[in-house]
Design a protein around this ligand. Structure first.
Ligand code: HEM
Length: 182
């Protein structure tokens, strides 16, 4: 495992903790803003070859997010990040326990010391899409997902927008936080 070159994914590996998070979530009559703390554990998986042609390097993660007000976990997410060096494409798959799965794709940029990941997905997109249960599709549909992560040394800052079709309106469900590698 140690000989594997994880490319830009290398900077993600580690245990990250941050307590400056903000979640903006939909409510029937408006929105809820919730300050949170969280841990994101990101581990090396290895490499895989697809159809004898494509080689991906892969890391996996588990994100556990808790409300500051009562310390209760209110978001749990697992997934993988993939890097295809040949096409210089990064991909990010995630599952949340509402029966929603996302496969987002995008790019990585190096800005001086900072590595920036930008991925997105859209419901119905042939390349980078969203799969959700019939109930979620009909009542709380994830229409679009955009995720930006910036890693500089032991600091990781992210901001993500999940566009929802819920309560008869389109709502930007947003999350952001800055974490440190421990
Ligand atoms: C740090 C990340 C996140 C946090 C803290 C978070 C938190 C929340 C909260 C508090 C609600 C409102 C729940 C309720 O009213 O019962 C919510 C709703 C929702 N979230 Fe997230 N969320 C996060 C990320 C995501 C992601 C990545 C997705 C999907 C790609 C997602 C999809 C949804 C959906 C579909 C709903 C609507 C369900 C509902 O309100 O009944 N969320 N989220």
């Amino acid at each position: 495992m140690s000989e594997i070159d994880f490319g830009p994914l290398q900077v993600l590996i580690g245990t990250w903790k941050g307590d400056r998070g903000t979640d903006v979530a939909p409510e029937p009559d408006g929105k809820d803003e919730t300050p949170f703390f969280e841990t994101i554990e990101i581990e090396a998986v290895g490499d895989v070859t697809n159809a004898k042609k494509q080689t991906l390097v892969v890391v996996r993660y588990h994100q556990v997010v808790s409300r500051k007000s009562n310390n209760e976990v209110f978001h749990d997410e697992i997934g993988y990040w993939y890097w295809d060096a040949d096409s210089e494409t990064v991909a990010h798959s995630l599952t949340i326990p509402r029966a929603v799965c996302v496969l987002a794709g995008g790019t990585v940029k190096q800005n001086g010391d900072e590595v920036e990941f930008q991925v997105s997905a859209k419901d119905g997109d042939r390349d980078w899409g969203i799969v959700q249960s019939p109930f979620m599709r009909d009542n709380a549909r994830t229409v679009e997902f955009r995720h930006n992560i910036k890693v500089s040394g032991d600091t990781l800052a992210y901001s993500e927008t999940t566009v929802l079709d819920i309560y008869g309106k389109t709502f930007d469900h947003t999350d952001e936080n800055t974490l440190q590698r421990s």
